[in-house]
Design a protein around this ligand. Sequence first.
Ligand code: ADP
Length: 170
Amino acid sequence: MTASPSRIIAIYPGSFDPITNGHLDLIARGSRLVDRLIVAVLQNSRKKPVFSVEERGEMLKEVVKPYSNVEVSLFNGLLVEYAAARGANLILRGIRAISDYEYELQMALMNRRLAPQIETMFLMASEEYSFVSSQLVKEIASLGGDVSGLVPAEIDRRLKLLVGARPSSK
Ligand code: ADP
């Protein structure tokens, strides 16, 4: 069954390891443009995650509670296949800088080749989060740096717990 053109069901895929305020800003803005937004956590990522896919899903569910048309799911395999199975007609992605552009363009063109009926929509990162990435947040937090304001409070708490649990190198 294909969705009617007037109803936009979008998928926002990613690793979300962990979710940052940059992701959340994209979710908030994206949710206003579509009928339903499915935030989909990729399970078969080549990146070695700090948080398990279940933990990432849980954290996302907690922070997207205020958005009534947003749901969280976990997925494996080809994104376009998952999107089709969920009746989605749009893929949402974010672009922070030129460095994101090349990879995002390649993925969008490949996905279009695989599933021409699904469009990819890009939102530009908000200025205040355009330098925020999950990778950088993890690095700073692991060195004891302050990442409050860059991630939701619950994620900040979990990152601090991770650092506390790590044996000291001193
Ligand atoms: P992936 O492993 O698929 O790149 P990420 O969780 O790193 O997963 O990112 C998912 C999407 O969110 C990507 O399109 C990425 O460009 C976008 N994104 C990541 N951080 C931000 C941010 N601070 N502002 C806007 N978009 C972002």
